[in-house]
Design a protein around this ligand. Structure first.
Ligand code: UN1
Length: 498
C-alpha cells in the first residue's frame, strides 16, 4: 500500500475514516481493497456549492476572458507539477496502466493549454445588414453554472474538457464525479482550490461527491443552464428528458460501439496494433474502445492469426508494474457484465478464439477476448456496448457490406478504416460512409487528441466537447444590430409611419 499512502500525501488529500452511510468509498480494482473514502455531499452541501457558484458568477462573467484564463493556466502548472502522482492515483483507483494514467493527466494539461489560447479567440461574426448605416454582429456571453457529471473511466480528463472551457467562457461549474472515483476528483479539486484561492475565484470550480441523487438534482435545477453528462445511454436519456423539461441545455457523451473496417489492401501491421490497443487498452473501458472489427474475407485468416499472436503478448496484472498492458476492470459488476456478454455471444453463435475467463486472483481481472462472430444481423449482443475487453470479429465480402453493418448499431461515437486505397478511405469519410462523430483512416478508434471536437451521433447523444468550436455550448449567443444612422428603416421593407 506504499503507493497509496505516498500519493495521498503528495496530493494532500483529506480522507475520512468512516465507512458510514455518508461516505463515498474508493475500492482499488487491482486488489479489491478499500483505498479510502470521502464524505458524501448532502442536500445542504449541494445548495452551498450552487450558491458559491452563482455568487462567483456575478463577477467572474465580467472579468476579461484572458484574465479568467490565468486561473486555468495556473491549474495546468499544478497539473504538470503533480503529473506523476495524479497518474498513479488514476492507476490505483481505476486500474489504468501507468502510461495511460499519465496520458489522462496530459489530456487535462492539453485542454487547459487549449483553453488558454481560446480565451483570446472567443470570436463572433459580423454580418451584413440590409438596412443603411446598420451593422449586425454576433457575440458570445457566459452562460452561468455548468453541471458536469462524469464517469469512472476518465475520472479527471472529462471534467477538464468541460471545466477548462467553461472557466474561460466565464461560467462556473459544479462537478458530480462517479462515486467509484472519489479520490481522483478530490485530488483534482484540491489543486483547483489552491488555484482559485490565488485568483480570488472561489466558486468557479465546485465539487459535490456522491450518488445519482446529486446528478438528478443538477438535471432538475433551473439555475443550471447547461448539464454536461458522460455515462450510459440509459441514464443519459433520463438526464436529457429532465433537462429538456425545464428547457435547459444538455451536452451528452454516452455510449460507443466502435468498429474498425479492415480492407483487403490494409497494412496489417498497423491494423493489428490499432485493434489491440483499441480493444485491450484501458481493459476495453473507454467509450472509444474498439468493440467490432469487419475484416475482408481475403485477409481474415491472416488478421485473425496476427491478432491472436498480439493478444498472447498482453501481460495482465498490476497496472503500476512495468510491462503490464492490461489492468483490472472497474468492479465486480463489470466482471459480471463481461461474463454475461460472452454467454450471450456463445449462445448466439459466436466462437471464443481466445480469452473468455475471469482470472482467479484478487481484484477484478478478466482475459481480453476475441469472439469470431456470425453476421452481425444475427448477433444481437454486438449491438450493445459492454464495457470490457471483448472484440467481435466479423468477416465481410465487400466495403458495402462492412459499411452497412458498421452503421447498423444504435451508437455512433468513433470509427476507423484500414486501407491503402484512396477510394475506400474516401467512401468511409463521405456522406454515405461512417455515421460516427469520429472517423479515422489508418489509426484506431480510441485515443483522440483534445484539439478536435469529441462526441458522437445517435445514442451517443450528439454532444461535442473538448476542441474545435465545442466552446460554443458553454456560452449564450447574442445577435446585435446597431443603427449608426439618423433614420429608422425597418427590415423587410415594412412601412410604419408614426
Ligand atoms: C471516454 O472514454 O469517455 O479518445 C473518453 C479517447 C480519449 C477520451 C476517451 N481521448 O480515447
Amino acid at each position: 500500500m506504499a503507493n497509496r499512502d505516498d500519493v495521498v500525501k503528495q496530493l494532500g488529500l483529506e480522507l475520512v475514516d468512516a465507512g458510514g452511510a455518508d461516505a463515498v468509498v474508493s475500492i482499488d480494482p487491482t486488489t479489491g481493497q478499500r483505498l479510502g473514502a470521502v464524505r458524501a455531499a448532502g442536500a445542504a452541501d449541494y445548495e452551498a456549492a450552487l450558491t458559491r457558484g452563482l455568487t462567483r458568477f456575478q463577477d467572474w462573467r465580467l472579468r476579461p476572458a484572458p484574465q479568467r484564463a490565468e486561473l486555468v493556466r495556473d491549474l495546468a502548472l499544478l497539473l504538470r507539477q503533480h503529473k506523476a502522482a495524479l497518474g498513479e492515483l488514476i492507476s490505483l483507483e481505476v486500474g489504468k496502466i501507468r502510461s495511460e494514467g499519465l496520458g489522462e493527466v496530459q489530456e487535462m494539461i492539453d485542454i487547459c493549454d487549449f483553453a488558454l489560447g481560446l480565451s483570446r479567440q472567443l470570436c463572433g461574426l459580423t454580418i451584413a445588414s440590409e438596412r443603411p448605416a446598420h451593422r449586425m454582429l454576433e457575440q458570445w456571453h457566459p452562460l452561468g453554472v455548468v453541471g458536469i457529471v462524469t464517469a469512472f473511466n476518465f475520472p479527471m480528463a472529462v471534467w477538464a474538457w468541460n471545466a477548462a472551457l467553461a472557466a474561460v467562457c466565464g461560467d462556473v461549474c459544479v462537478w458530480k464525479p462517479s462515486p467509484r472515483t472519489p479520490l481522483c476528483s478530490l485530488a483534482v479539486h484540491t489543486l483547483c482550490q489552491q488555484t482559485m484561492q490565488r485568483h480570488d475565484a472561489d466558486g468557479v470550480f465546485g465539487l459535490v461527491q456522491g450518488g445519482a441523487d446529486l446528478g438528478a438534482a443538477l438535471a432538475a435545477d433551473r439555475r443550471v443552464p447547461l448539464v454536461s453528462f458522460t455515462g450510459s445511454v440509459a441514464v443519459g436519456r433520463k438526464v436529457a428528458a429532465t433537462v429538456a423539461q425545464r428547457l435547459g441545455r444538455s451536452l451528452l457523451e454516452l455510449g460507443g460501439n466502435n468498429a474498425i473496417i479492415v480492407c483487403a489492401d490494409a497494412d496489417l501491421d498497423l491494423a493489428v496494433r490499432a485493434i489491440t490497443f483499441g480493444a485491450v487498452g484501458t481493459a476495453g473501458q473507454r467509450c472509444t474502445s474498439t468493440r467490432r472489427v469487419f475484416v475482408d474475407r481475403a485477409v481474415a485468416p491472416r488478421l485473425t492469426e496476427r491478432l491472436l499472436a498480439a493478444y498472447r503478448t498482453v501481460r495482465i496484472g498490476d497496472p503500476l508494474e512495468a510491462g503490464t498492458l492490461m489492468g483490472p476492470l472497474a468492479g465486480p459488476a463489470s466482471v459480471t457484465a463481461y461474463e454475461a456478454a460472452l454467454a450471450a455471444a456463445t449462445a448466439q453463435g459466436g466462437r471464443i478464439l481466445c480469452g473468455g475467463k475471469r482470472l482467479d486472483r484478487p481484484g477484478f481481472f478478466v482475459e481480453p477476448t476475441i469472439v469470431e462472430a456470425p453476421p452481425q444481423q444475427r448477433f444481437p449482443i454486438a449491438h450493445e456496448e459492454t464495457f470490457a475487453p471483448i472484440l467481435y470479429l466479423f468477416t465481410v465480402d465487400s466495403l458495402d457490406e462492412a459499411l452497412a453493418a458498421h452503421n447498423a448499431v444504435p451508437q455512433g461515437l468513433s470509427s476507423a478504416i484500414f486501407t491503402e486505397g484512396l477510394r475506400s478511405a474516401e467512401r468511409f469519410l463521405g456522406p454515405a460512409g461512417s455515421d460516427c462523430g469520429i472517423a479515422n483512416v489508418n489509426l484506431g478508434t480510441s485515443g483522440a487528441e483534445i484539439g478536435g471536437a469529441f462526441g458522437g451521433e445517435k445514442d451517443t447523444g450528439g454532444g461535442r466537447e473538448s476542441g474545435s468550436d465545442a466552446w460554443r455550448s458553454y456560452m449564450r449567443r447574442q445577435t446585435c444590430t446597431i443603427n449608426g444612422g439618423g433614420t429608422l428603416p425597418l427590415a423587410q421593407g415594412v412601412e410604419f409611419p408614426v
